[in-house]
Write a protein that binds this ligand. Sequence first.
Ligand code: AP5
Ligand code: ZN
Length: 215
Amino acid sequence: MRLVLVGPPGAGKGTQAQYIASNLSVPKISTGDIFRANVSGGTELGKLAKTYMDRGDLVPDEVTIAMVRDRLSEDDAQDGFLLDGFPRNVAQAEILREMLKDWGQALDLVLELVVDDDEVVRRLAGRRTCSQCGRIWHVDFDDKKDDKCDACGGALFQRDDDKEETVRHRLEVYQEQTAPLISYYAGEDILVGVDATGPVEEVTERAMEAIRPFL
Ligand code: AP5
Ligand code: ZN
């Protein structure tokens, strides 16, 4: 299955991606995670991406697309993948379609996680990520009293772009540049929307139900 997860910052793409990818036995490919790994590794790509990420702006298309092309060319992505955070605008979507077509592939489904702005701000303000295994937590919803990952014991950190004013800007960028993807994919008849509010497990169940007819 070749699947794209789309939705505003904080909709739960990363959270759901870890469960859905494992249910479907496909690799989870998150452009945000790859950029953040490059930032912490101090690579040239990381230095460039950081200037955009800290402002809440999109990293330029040519950089992002080259990175995704490399990742999708790897062996483990040949039979399917879950893309989290890519494509992020119509230009990226068009290039993805061409890229897959050249390889005799096409997307099977685009899953939209639907959640409102207030919930997004609430979720991102309390988000913590494990520096060791990458698992995503929430201080309130997961009742985190310490800064340790329950899965692996690693130290939790708060993302630099989760400050409230940066979150507001990321939401504007989403409305202007990413939301047009919804009608783009609706026109291709591969878009399904899922209510992303409520407990994480319920959202996963709704997502899997939406995916099943496309398997
Ligand atoms: P990216 O990492 O993709 O960030 P994003 O799209 O803003 O999404 P988030 O990771 O913030 O949210 P999420 O939907 O994954 O939510 P999560 O599961 O963590 O991108 C970061 C930056 O990289 C961009 O701004 C850009 O600069 C650059 N970039 C990335 N891709 C790019 C591209 N294609 N082109 C150009 N630039 C690109 O959940 C959030 C919180 O809510 C967590 O604490 C979680 O525990 C909690 N939560 C989740 N679900 C629930 C629930 N059901 N109930 C209660 N709490 C929940
Ligand atoms: Zn961990």
